[in-house]
Design a protein around this ligand. Structure first.
Ligand SMILES: *Cc1c(COP(=O)(O)O)cnc(C)c1O
Length: 408
């Protein structure tokens, strides 16, 4: 089955009264026939459900569908994108370990990397996806390479194939955050990523009705006890070592599980991911092109424009569109605020991936805690507006921007 068919038909539990959507198992715990059965589940000797903090059948449907879409061997759904990122990294890192990361990151992830310094985990940032600098940043403590597939809000497109090659030549995995692209635009695992994280609060859910995140393991990375002592006995699970440790370890013990109801909402949202992305990407390209052609005093940043520094990588790596986020630099913070306040269709809020168009001034909101250097690296300027383009009729969006930019 192809992508859009899979969105609708993969993982449906057909045996329950003919239901076409998974039932919401809003149950904290699960009864077993015998004491032996429950002991078997706890001892990882028997498949089954015992407690929703560990696993839940509705959540399994969502996880399985994401696993198929990303092309991995297993997924773990979490309470938020940040929870998924925390689990993805802390599953394999311990005090003394280091991360090499692209400096162009979502503000919350920069904050997280600062927080985990208290646990002895250090991050070395590399600017502008400079492959030579990445090569030079390795040392014997490096345990993971991290990047966003399309940086939010910098909109730099990461060359995943090259980054994966470098990471693997040093014997470490590449973890990517695929939130802004989704598996519809970028097949990160095919390109060489080992672990893919999505904040499913965004495009995967689509309508911004629940916070959630999900991580997917490719099963390709060869974990060894020597390099990753924190994996302990789990290495005996081979390709499943990473997911097995997570499900029985930090994920369950930190209590970062997703609510079954939110998993259900995500399954509904997923059905239209392809349709929405097609529309949102074409709207974004039309709006970006029009803004660039019409307003010489506004700098438009969008990977689909030839003027983007990352257009060539985008051409080679993205399928079905260039993403649905663009940024514009309008000259000053005052003008940015004025334009945002004059727009009538977009919501002013700090989110992306909604069916509705959203605008935000990153410097005063999501990147408020970043240092001047971090701001520069993340492509956040004082006169920058980020636009997450929705599924509206694009002519209405263009008209709204024309009115907001008229007669200032
Ligand atoms: C929103 C976002 C996150 C965090 O996800 P939450 O679901 O809000 O916790 C992480 N990475 C990127 C790129 C994001 O846009």
């Amino acid at each position: 089955m192809r992508f859009n068919t899979r969105l609708l038909h993969e993982g449906v539990i057909r045996e329950i009264n003919g239901a076409t959507l998974p039932p919401i198992y809003q149950s904290s715990a699960f009864d077993q026939e015998t004491a032996e059965d429950l002991a078997g589940i706890f001892g990882n000797k028997k498949m089954g459900y015992c407690y929703t903090r560990v696993a839940n059948p509705t959540i399994t449907v969502f996880e399985n569908r994401i696993t198929k879409l990303e092309g991995g061997i297993g997924s773990v759904a979490c309470s938020s994108g940040m929870a998924a990122l925390s689990n993805a990294l802390l599953n394999i890192l311990q005090a003394g370990d280091e991360i090499i990361s692209s400096a162009s990151l979502y503000g919350g992830t920069i904050d997280l990397f600062r927080d985990i310094e208290a646990f002895g985990i250090k991050t070395n940032y590399v600017r502008n996806n400079d492959l030579e600098q990445i090569e030079a940043a390795f040392n014997e403590r490096t345990k993971v390479v991290f990047a966003e597939t399309i940086g939010n809000p910098c909109l730099d497109v990461t060359d995943i194939k090259k980054l994966a090659e470098i990471a693997h030549s040093h014997g470490v995995p590449l973890i990517v955050d695929n939130t802004t692209a989704t598996p519809y635009l970028i097949k990160a695992i095919e390109l060489g990523a080992d672990i893919v994280v999505n904040s499913s609060s965004k495009y995967i859910n689509g309508s911004s009705n629940s916070i959630s995140g999900v991580l997917t393991d490719s099963g390709h990375f060869k974990w060894t006890r020597e390099k990753y002592p924190i994996l302990g006995d789990y290495v005996k699970f081979g390709p499943m070592a990473y997911i097995a440790k997570m499900r029985s370890g930090l994920f369950r013990n930190m209590g970062t599980c997703l609510s079954p109801f939110n998993a259900y909402l995500n399954v509904i949202g997923l059905e239209t991911l392809g349709l929405r992305m097609d529309r949102q990407c074409s709207n974004a390209l039309a709006l970006a092109t029009w803004l660039e052609e019409t307003y010489p005093d506004i700098t438009v940043n969008y990977p689909g424009l030839k003027s983007s520094k990352w257009h060539d990588i985008a051409e080679g790596q993205l399928k079905n569109g260039y993403g649905a986020i663009l940024t514009i630099r309008v000259g000053s913070k005052e003008r940015a605020f004025q334009i945002m306040n004059k727009l009538t269709i977009p919501y002013i809020l700090s989110n992306i991936g909604d069916t509705k168009t959203l605008v935000v001034h990153p410097a005063s909101t999501i990147s408020l805690h970043s240092t001047p250097q971090e701001l520069e690296d993340a492509g956040v300027y004082d006169d920058l507006i980020r636009i997450s383009v929705g599924i509206e009729d694009v002519d209405d969006l263009i008209e709204d921007f024309r009115n907001a930019l008229k007669g200032e």
